[in-house]
Design a protein. Structure first.
Length: 230
């Protein structure tokens, strides 16, 4: 019986009833649909997990596995352009914007004095409605007056920077590290605390080589394939 349930769910996914990233019905709902107990449903879901078709998250349920999104890392990193090129629908959701003093590391990256004011934008990146990354972008607010307002009113960093006079910018380099999700990151990315993330850190500069953004992004490890250009 569990094999028949697994076959039925495979058909549902192949026919588009459940798209990549969608949450499947609860074990109780599936048990009622197929007229079996929850243990049988659990066995069917475990088989789909083993096949890589379904992923389960503790406390969240079972989800249709999404194909990882190719995300190029090079001198011109543009979130919306990268996602559209991969055939995905990009979106960003701002979680919090604050003005605060730069940390020593941020000051060094942005060529500021320690304690100079910066605008820090915390947000969530999505592909086809599924969260794929959490990010923090830090801007030298004295050098870019109005960037805090522009970030709330524009659709992305490129548009916000253009609004405050930075027509183009390039990445000087990117550092990539494997880390584990903390409780907050796991909550936003619908993961379990401790799940693997890919963290990128980089500095963007304007046409004159002056730093305009110091960014840190943590990608869900199973949803993004980072590709290095050049």
């Amino acid at each position: 019986m569990w094999q028949a349930i697994a076959d039925a769910l495979r058909s549902d996914m192949s026919e588009g009833r459940y798209a990549p990233g969608d949450k499947l019905p609860t074990e109780a709902a599936l048990a009622e649909r197929f007229g079996v107990n929850r243990h049988t449903v659990r066995h069917a879901l475990a088989a789909l997990v083993d096949e890589g078709l379904v992923r389960t998250r503790r406390g969240a349920g079972a989800f249709v596995a999404a194909t990882p999104t190719d995300y190029p890392i090079g001198s011109r990193v543009r979130f919306h352009e990268n996602l559209k090129a991969a055939g995905r629908r990009p979106a960003k959701r701002i979680l919090h914007i604050e003005t605060r003093a730069a940390t020593a590391g941020e000051a060094q990256a942005l060529q500021l004095a320690p304690g100079d004011p910066v605008c820090a934008c915390h947000g969530l990146s999505l592909a086809d409605g599924q969260p794929i990354a959490v990010y923090e972008s830090v801007f030298p607010i004295t050098r870019l007056p109005g960037i805090d307002v522009a970030l709330t009113e524009e659709t992305g960093v490129s548009a916000a920077l253009a609004r405050v006079g930075v027509a183009d910018f390039t990445r000087t380099g990117t550092r990539m590290t494997a880390v584990r999700a903390d409780a907050t990151q796991a909550l936003h990315l619908h993961l379990r605390e401790g799940d693997p993330l890919l963290r990128t850190t980089g500095v963007n500069v304007d046409a004159g080589g002056v730093p305009v953004e110091y960014g840190r992004t943590c990608f869900a490890g199973d949803r993004v394939t980072l590709t290095v250009e050049g």
